[in-house]
Design a protein around this ligand. Structure first.
Ligand code: SF4
Length: 319
């Protein structure tokens, strides 16, 4: 795909710290699958070191161990359910009752797979199925256009997300917003998307995106979510995907990827290919919080966005 960038997109990429390279003729790789997508010339690219676990024992591809906080285009004429969707704003689980530290855990409510948006949001807000409910300020359900073609799936709420009730806020959220804007998307665009506080709304040129995390409650101390916590919570994400019915999913970060794709393979080995979840193409990429710590990986994240755009174009998107 030949991606044409206008001055604004180039400015956005500059904000991300991503250089836009003009492809030069390069020798063909030995095998097509070995060729990196839109990789910069070797002289211009400094490979990042192999991710290592930090002092806290956490994988740096994951964001749940830091203070950054976590994260819908046009209407889909083929989505018959879209006409019946309520205009839902999901920044905060205002009806959540926060249990005390000794509250007993309860089973998830039945029928999640058949819930509509209000019922699903209520179920998440009331959920006490795992121990993460005991330390949350509020659940972090999701934000954006519930009819979006694009969906971003992150990992678990951080401190600011827990406080604000919205995924991907803080520095990593700003980077994500810049990345999305570079490809014409905004969490504040779309008929169902909430406007930013004090803002007239997103420019009409931007399309919507829906953003959610795999885990809806903040792990204490921003630790990584445990596998049983991810397993208990992912039914809510599955229903969100079924309700949004996106045309493409960007899976950001190790736990998002592992939950959606049911694999333990590292992100580096899953990138550059099209996976599927509920029949929806999934593109794997790094979490923005990781990119903030590993600046040399931004070019890879940009290549992942380009792959996602290519998949969307091949799918005949209106965009
Ligand atoms: S993390 Fe998910 S499963 Fe655990 S209490 Fe929160 S909403 Fe329920």
């Amino acid at each position: 795909m030949s991606l044409q960038l206008d001055a604004r997109q180039r400015a956005m990429l500059a904000e991300m710290g991503v250089r836009v390279w003009t492809p030069e003729p390069a020798p063909a790789p030995a095998r097509a699958e070995d060729a990196p997508r839109r990789a910069p010339p070797a002289a211009a690219f400094v490979p990042a070191p192999v991710p290592a676990r930090d002092a806290a024992g956490e994988n740096p591809e994951s964001i749940a161990n830091n203070d950054y906080s976590t994260l819908g285009s046009g209407k889909k004429e083929s989505k018959t359910a879209a006409t019946t969707r309520p205009a839902v704003v999901f920044p905060a689980a205002s009806i959540a009752s926060v249990p005390g530290p000794t509250a007993a855990l309860q089973a998830r409510p039945p029928g999640i797979a058949a819930m509509d948006w209000p019922a699903l949001q209520h179920a998440v807000a009331q959920c006490q199925a795992c121990g993460l409910c005991q330390g949350r300020t509020q659940t972090v359900f999701g934000v954006g256009d519930v009819s979006a073609d694009w969906m971003v799936v992150g990992e678990a709420p951080g401190e600011q997300e827990d406080l604000q009730g919205e995924p991907f806020v803080g520095p990593s959220g700003q980077l994500l917003d810049n990345m999305l804007k570079a490809i014409g998307l905004s969490r504040r665009a779309g008929a169902d998307a909430p406007a930013a506080p004090g803002s007239p709304g997103a420019p009409a040129s931007l399309h919507g995106v829906y953003i959610a995390n795999v885990v809806k409650c903040r792990p204490p101390g921003n630790r990584n979510p445990h596998p049983d916590e991810v397993a208990l919570c992912d039914a809510y994400l599955a229903r969100q995907v079924a309700l949004v019915r996106p045309k493409i999913i960007l899976a950001m970060g190790r736990f998002a990827v592992q939950s959606l794709l049911q694999t333990n393979e590292p992100i580096g080995r899953l990138r550059g290919r099209v996976h599927h979840y509920q029949g929806v193409p999934v593109i794997v990429t790094y979490h923005p919080a990781y990119l903030l710590r590993s600046l040399t990986e931004k070019s890879k994240a940009w290549a992942d966005l380009c792959l996602a755009l290519e998949v969307m174009q091949q799918a005949g998107s209106k965009r």
